[in-house]
Ligand binder design. Structure first.
Ligand code: AMP
Ligand code: GLY
Length: 424
């Protein structure tokens, strides 16, 4: 079989790496891929948003299985287009992606079906947003969210009236998050531990992947602005069996079955961002894709054939007992460009990758480019240095020893990944 992975981040490198290990797979392509995916796949210079070109390529190359990493092509209807052309593709249809593409849809959906989430109001003008805030229903801090896709941004936690007023302006008047600012969600601020709960759904059923924990802020100890994720570990230290079962029965299974009832059959990866509050787990948001950097440690723990799992979702027939995981503790530390998550420069030469390999780390590339025999930086999150050992402390030691070997101008990373006591 031939496979195509769409996207260019660390998640896509990890997906392509695991897919390439399947005995069923003879060739993997990655569009557009990065400096690292070329080691496990053939990079194809097609943008992840050029759906017709991707579909033409899949027809021409007789691709048997396409897997999509990022949400944008999914929200543009890549699954619908591939299916129309008789191509096998893993992921949710455009109608199902609404769970991520519209935060308002997601909140109303949870409300209709009593899926636990924080209290909220929807406002479609700055005046109505101000009226809700003046009502004081949620107190402070209060959370403001732009409605549409805003590339992981578009969420503001406001500590007082001034910040809330500035937030309304930013989202709805200045439209800093683009079209996503037409409607705004005003939400109760939830307190607790944050957990990424990721499953694979087949339209009617869902099986969870091993648990993970993401480290979202840019600096150690939960400080600084949020990023796409500066590191992750698996398993999550905060999910016991009881909580796991509760999340499946009160959140994941109702989501999949209610989506089916509403004519939005959900197939593919479903990522529920949860807060474990004193009142139980509540949904912060849904993502219609795998996590980045959660996928990297998950792929290091998956023992069974990933392609079987992806194909089972497409065939609407997944069975949990066919998926096996190792019991190691896996981790990923992201090495980022100077300035990330703000603006940063590209094109810095990366050194020390072979030494990191020699120390037994698995390095997944994210924002890298291979040019004239060298790797250069090409994005904000540049590399994810990963390992999986019997104990988390051994894993993190191996990773940080490998990290010390790698360098590029401006490189920064968190030193407390896996030291979760100090990192809420
Ligand atoms: P989202 O894109 O909706 O996941 O929001 C990004 C981040 O903002 C989340 O990962 C949380 O850390 C934080 N966040 C979002 N909504 C809330 C909320 N209602 N209460 C507390 N924190 C939140
Ligand atoms: N690591 C967060 C995400 O994938 O959305």
């Amino acid at each position: 079989m031939k496979a195509l992975v769409v996207g260019s981040g660390g998640r896509e490198h990890a997906l392509a790496w695991k897919i390439a290990k399947s005995p069923k797979i003879s060739k993997v392509f990655c569009a557009p891929g990065n400096g690292g995916t070329r080691l496990v796949a053939e990079n194809v210079p097609i943008s992840e948003t050029d759906i017709p070109a991707l579909a033409d390529f899949a027809v021409k190359e007789e691709i048997d299985l396409t897997v999509v990493g990022p949400e944008i092509p999914l929200s543009l209807g890549i699954v619908d287009e591939f299916e129309k052309r008789g191509l096998r593709i893993f992921g949710p249809s455009k109608k199902a992606v609404e769970l991520e593409a519209s935060k308002v849809f997601a909140k109303q959906f949870m409300d209709r079906h009593r899926i636990p989430t924080g209290k909220f109001r929807i406002a479609d003008s700055p005046e109505s947003a101000r009226a809700v805030l003046a009502g004081g229903e949620f107190g402070f801090p209060v959370v403001l969210k732009a409605d549409g896709l805003a590339a992981g941004k578009g969420v503001l936690v406001c500590r007082n009236e001034e910040e809330a007023e500035a937030g309304v302006k930013e989202i709805m008047v200045e439209k800093r998050f683009g079209g996503a600012g037409g409607r705004i969600l005003i939400e109760e601020f939830l307190r607790g531990r944050e957990v990424s709960f990721i499953v694979i759904a087949d339209g009617a059923k869902a099986i969870p992947l091993v648990t993970t924990m993401d480290h979202k802020t840019v600096f150690d100890g939960g400080k600084g602005p949020n990023t796409g994720g500066m590191g992750s570990i698996s398993p999550s230290p905060f999910l016991d069996r009881k909580m796991y079962a509760r999340i499946m029965s009160t959140i994941i299974l109702p989501t999949v079955t209610r989506m089916l009832e509403e004519g939005r059959k959900y197939k593919g990866a479903l990522y529920a961002g949860l807060m474990l509050t004193a009142d139980g787990p509540k949904v912060l948001e849904y993502n219609c894709r795998f996590g980045d950097p959660e996928t990297q440690p998950q792929m290091l723990r998956l023992e069974s054939d990933f392609v079987d799992l992806l194909m089972a979702s497409i065939a609407e027939d997944i069975l949990a007992d066919e998926v096996t995981w190792n019991r190691r503790a896996a981790g990923c530390v992201v090495l980022a460009s100077g300035g990330y998550p703000g603006s940063y420069e590209k094109g810095k030469t990366i050194q020390g990758l072979e030494d990191a390999d020699r120390l037994g780390a698995v390095v997944f590339h994210a924002g890298t480019k291979f040019e004239k025999g060298r790797y250069r930086t090409e994005g904000g999150r540049v590399l994810g240095v990963c390992a999986a050992e019997p104990r988390l402390s051994e894993t993190m030691n191996r990773i940080y020893r490998a990290v010390e070997k790698i360098s590029f101008e401006g490189m920064h990373y968190r030193r407390d990944i896996g030291a979760f006591e100090s990192a809420p």
